[in-house]
Design a protein around this ligand. Structure first.
Ligand code: HGY
Ligand code: MN
Ligand code: MN
Length: 384
């Protein structure tokens, strides 16, 4: 299955993946999901927020156990972040069927829409809309780099944008959610373990900084006459590293938009996106507060700390072979569901280099298989 997915949305120049939400690649991935579900006789439907659900059993009569992840990627992302969780879900279901296991409650596979927020800037868009933590009106107005709104893009993909929003009926079908994900870090490498279980997700957010200046000629404008927004932008990037170090958090500026982006002109404006994450919310907020002084800043997304359900965490860890438990600085749909009160857990698969959000992201086949077996055992235990 990973090999089938490998060709969808891959940039041949880099072997990186560009799978923006609602792009042609995303639509092809959605078709792949439907095919895999149909092949297994699962009932598939897409909810009003674009999330895909494939069910073994009828969850409308009794809430079920759901596993899954996402298929969209960051720009030039890797092959495993998201897809490994969806592929492992189907593979774990195959393992259960091969064991002649019949679940005692409905078993679902989910593929959440737009987890990365690469196109419209808000991560976990599908699960945030589902759980009501993202205002539909705000979501519909979000624009991508070309200025297209989510509403236009969803309509263009044949969906009904006006239908998006909190979906209690769908949410009620999920009694428990378990997401398998490639580890984005070196915790399991250092522990020498193929599989791990998440204890928590760090609080984290994204802020857009807008630096305004005066566009002018690069050659004829004296330095003293310049109002160059590139300078305060550059100062912010350096200050972000310093203050993050001071407060013991991580801060990243990975996306910048210079307007009008001429090599021979002082820019009119510079927009830069700051991502800050850390174990303690107050440290994250302190860093943003220091950097935001005197600057136009808007908070594009905020994810509070997620402490996964301890009883479920320990049950999953035990069934997954007494897997080690460790926190993560990466956001996930499992975190959004947990914050909405759905008992959720995450199973991590060892990433030999820890690298993620990069074409270099990798997981060894035997570790992926260990993840599938662990997930199958967890699902069997939860669906007994
Ligand atoms: O950004 C994140 O933490 C996740 O990969 N969307
Ligand atoms: Mn990711
Ligand atoms: Mn992910």
């Amino acid at each position: 299955m990973l090999d089938e997915l490998a060709r969808i949305g891959r940039d041949p120049a880099t072997n990186g993946y560009v799978r923006d939400a609602w792009s042609a690649a995303d639509l092809e991935l959605r078709e792949w999901f439907r095919g895999e579900a149909a092949r297994r006789g699962l009932d598939v439907h897409e909810d009003r927020n674009g999330n895909l659900w494939a069910w073994w059993g009828d969850p409308s009569r009794r809430a079920g156990v759901v596993t899954g992840s996402h298929l969209d990627s960051v720009r030039q992302g890797g092959a495993f972040d998201g897809p490994l969780g969806v592929v492992s879900a189907f593979a774990a279901l195959d393992v259960l069927k091969n064991r002649d296991f019949v679940p005692g409650r409905p078993l679902g596979i989910a593929c959440f829409s737009d987890e990365e927020g690469a196109r419209f800037g808000v991560p976990c868009m599908g699960s945030r809309l589902l759980t009501g933590v993202l205002d539909p009106e705000r979501a519909l107005g979000l624009t991508d780099d070309e200025g297209d709104t989510l509403a236009d893009v969803m309509a263009g993909a044949g969906r009904k944008p006006q239908a998006i929003g909190r979906d209690d009926e769908t949410l009620a079908m999920v009694a428990t959610f378990v997401e398998l994900h490639v580890e984005q870090g070196r915790g399991l490498v250092e522990l020498g373990a193929p599989v791990g279980v998440a204890s928590a997700i760090w609080p984290h957010g994204r802020w857009r900084f807008d630096f305004r200046g005066e566009a002018n000629h690069a050659g004829t404008t004296r330095l003293v006459d310049r109002d160059d927004p590139m300078l305060p932008f550059a100062r912010m990037v350096l200050a972000a590293r310093e203050t993050a170090t001071t407060h013991g958090v991580v801060a990243t500026v990975g996306k910048v938009r210079v307007s009008p982006n001429n090599a021979n002109a002082v820019p009119g404006s510079v927009s830069a996106w700051l991502d800050v994450r850390g174990a303690r919310e107050e440290d994250v907020r302190a860093v943003v507060g220091e950097l935001a002084r005197g600057v136009e800043v808007s908070e594009e997304s905020w994810t509070p700390v997620v402490d996964f359900d301890a009883a479920l965490r320990d049950r999953v860890a035990a069934v997954a072979g007494h897997a080690p438990v460790l926190p993560t600085g990466a956001g996930h749909d499992a975190g959004i569901l947990a914050s909405a009160g759905v008992p959720s857990a995450m199973v991590f698969v060892r990433n030999p280099t820890g690298v993620s959000h990069s074409p270099q992201e990798h997981a060894e086949p035997e570790d992926c298989e260990a993840g599938v077996v662990a997930l199958a055992n967890v699902l069997e235990d939860l669906c007994r």
